[in-house]
Every structure is written in C-alpha cells, then in structure tokens.
Write a protein that binds this ligand. Structure first.
Ligand code: CP
Ligand code: NVA
Length: 329
C-alpha cells in the first residue's frame, strides 16, 4: 500500500548523521521494496519537480536521479554549474529562494560542503547532498542497501575501506555508526578521515554499538565481508604524484583480495581508475558488486525522496509568499 506519510524528521540530507537509526533502516527497506516492485509508487511524484545542480561531473548520480524521479511520475531539471559555480551570478540564498518557488527539492553536487549548508539554511524545500568535498550520503545509503542484499549482518560482519579517507569514506563511517556495524578504515599515513567527522561518528557509535577503527596497516583487510576502495584523487583536488606514491601499497589487487578472504566482496563507488586503486582482475571478477551498487543508487534515492518530499513544507504551493497570492489562487 502506498504510504506517503513523512518518516524522516530532517528536511535535508547533507550527511548521513542527519538521519537517525530509526529513519535509516526503513529507508533501506523501502529501497529494497522499490527495486523489487515500484508499481505502488508509479505516480508518487506526479506534479512534483526536482532541480539537479552540479558543480562537478557525474554519470551515476545524475542519471539515477533523473530517471528515478521520472519513473515515479516526476520532472527533473538539470542545471550545469561545472564552469560557473553557484553563488557567482547571484548569492546562494537568492538562488535557493528562486528555486523553492518552482520545485520541491534541490539535489546538489558542490565543490564545498558549505554550499550545501548555505542552500539548506536559505530554503524551505529539502536539499539533498549529491556529493560534496566532505560527504556522499546517497552513495553510502545505496552501498548499505547492496550489502544487505548480499546478506551483510550488522552485528557480526565488518566493512573495510582501503585508500583515501575521503567523502565516500566519511559517509560510510557515518552509516556504520548509525546502523551499529563494524568498519575498519585503512589509509596511508596522512590520508586518514577528517577528525571532526570521526569524532561525530564515534559519538553515535557509542550509542549504536558500532566499532570504528582507523589504521595504516593493510593487513587489517583480513576478514572483511567487503573491501571498498575509491579514487586516490577526488574531484576538485590537485594532482599530487608524490602523494599518490604513498597509496601504491594500498591498491586492491589479487594479493590484497586474497589477504582479505576467499569470500570477500569488492566494492567501489565508481568511476574506477583501473590500474591505480584497483586492478582489472579484481573489478571484473565475480566478487565485484560495483554495478549492483550503481544500480541501487536509483532505488535508494527514490526511497529517500519518497520520505523527504512528502512533508507539508516541501510543497511550494502550500507556502506562497503572501496571503494575497494565496487568495488569488
Ligand atoms: N558514484 C558516483 O557518485 O558516480 P558519479 O560521480 O558518476 O555520479
Ligand atoms: N571521492 C570521489 C567520489 C566520486 C563519486 C570524488 O569525490 O571524486
């Protein structure tokens, strides 16, 4: 049965810690049921629109939001900000105050996480972070949906991240802290996750029972349910050949997978830089679930929007600027 009652307390998703454990679990379940059969929700977004504004390139995020939203009856408009960041032509606040008069949600991929926060602060409609320099919450939600599909047990199994302690890593740490599972983060010295994000996640982990370990020792991949890596240089970061050298011992190759375990799955948010953080042999092997992760982005994001877009404040027509305009209507 179609249930559009709001279940998520927060208006926005700027990072995973915006969601409580009680919000994350039903969202994962809804993502799985949308994947199995989306027919009960086919008109859920009728008469609704979202704007996708991207300051960085994208394949998966853009396509999964655009096609996903239209599959459930809505309209998505793409705004290309790759060459002109938002906040240049007019202020971020004015930009957001325009958009909220026409659309129901802003999906934003920005250089700086502060831009996501400014959009959230100045608009009444939901703002979804589609990747910033610090977080990639939609990716982490889809990744945990993929782990659940594969039988990941939150109480016993461990996810291991290896590589740069970056935006995707931060969101996975926050997910682990929220659902109460184990995560080990293996990075070269100097590329550990952001300290303040780690502190926030540890505080939640104390309540959920999650364990979060950060180490420089590649041997800690041993026993991983899944081994996850990502690019060594994220979008917007300067190329630094000296820094990249420190990552070589952290490449996910056949030897690294063998050290992890014979049943260990391989994960990557994509795009992959084959021959750098992962070899062809691993990413093309049967243990690789990278395209399941990509597929699940769409179902998970639709589950998220079914929650965020059905609150009364998310409807532009329910909060016009003056009583006069309301009476004309
Ligand atoms: N994983 C991911 O966000 O891919 P895109 O950069 O192609 O959107
Ligand atoms: N860490 C990568 C993720 C790409 C989806 C980046 O920010 O470029």
């Amino acid at each position: 049965m179609l249930d559009l009652a709001p279940r998520i307390g927060s208006k926005d998703l700027s990072r995973i810690l915006d969601l409580s454990p009680h919000e994350v679990m039903p969202c994962l379940e809804l993502g799985l049921s949308l994947k199995a059969d989306n027919r009960p929700y086919r008109n859920a977004f009728a008469q609704r629109s979202i704007v996708l504004l991207f300051e960085k390139p994208s394949l998966r995020t853009r396509v999964s939001f655009e096609i996903g939203f239209s599959l459930l009856g809505g309209t998505a408009v793409y705004l290309d900000h790759e060459h002109r960041p938002i906040g240049v032509r007019e202020t971020i606040a004015d930009y957001g105050r325009n958009l909220e008069r026409w659309c129901h949600c802003i999906v934003a991929r920005t250089m700086s996480h502060a831009t996501i926060e400014a959009l959230s602060a100045h608009t009444k409609i939901p703002v979804i972070n589609a990747l910033s320099n610090l977080h990639h919450p939609c990716q982490a939600l889809a990744d945990f949906m993929t782990l659940v599909e594969r039988g990941f047990d939150f109480t016993h199994d461990r996810l291991v991240w290896i590589g740069d302690g970056n935006n995707v890593c931060h969101s996975l740490i926050e997910m682990a802290a929220t659902v109460g599972c184990g995560i080990v983060v293996v990075t070269p010295p100097g590329s550990e996750p952001n300290e303040s994000i780690l502190r926030d996640a540890q505080a939640r982990a104390c309540r959920s029972g999650a364990s979060i370990e950060v180490t420089n020792d590649p041997a800690r991949v041993q026993g991983a349910f899944a081994l996850y890596t990502d690019t060594w240089t994220s979008m917007g970061e300067p190329e630094n050949p000296q820094r990249i050298k420190t990552f070589r011992p952290y490449q996910v190759n056949a030897a690294m997978m063998a050290m992890a375990g014979s049943e260990t799955l391989f994960m990557h948010c994509l795009p992959a830089h084959r021959g750098e953080e992962v070899t062809d042999q691993v990413i093309d092997s049967p243990c690789s679930i990278v395209f399941d992760q990509a597929e699940n982005r769409m179902h998970m994001q639709n589950a998220l929007m079914l929650n965020l877009l059905t609150t009364p404040t998310s409807d532009p027509l329910s909060r016009t600027s003056t009583d006069a305009t309301r009476s004309i209507r």
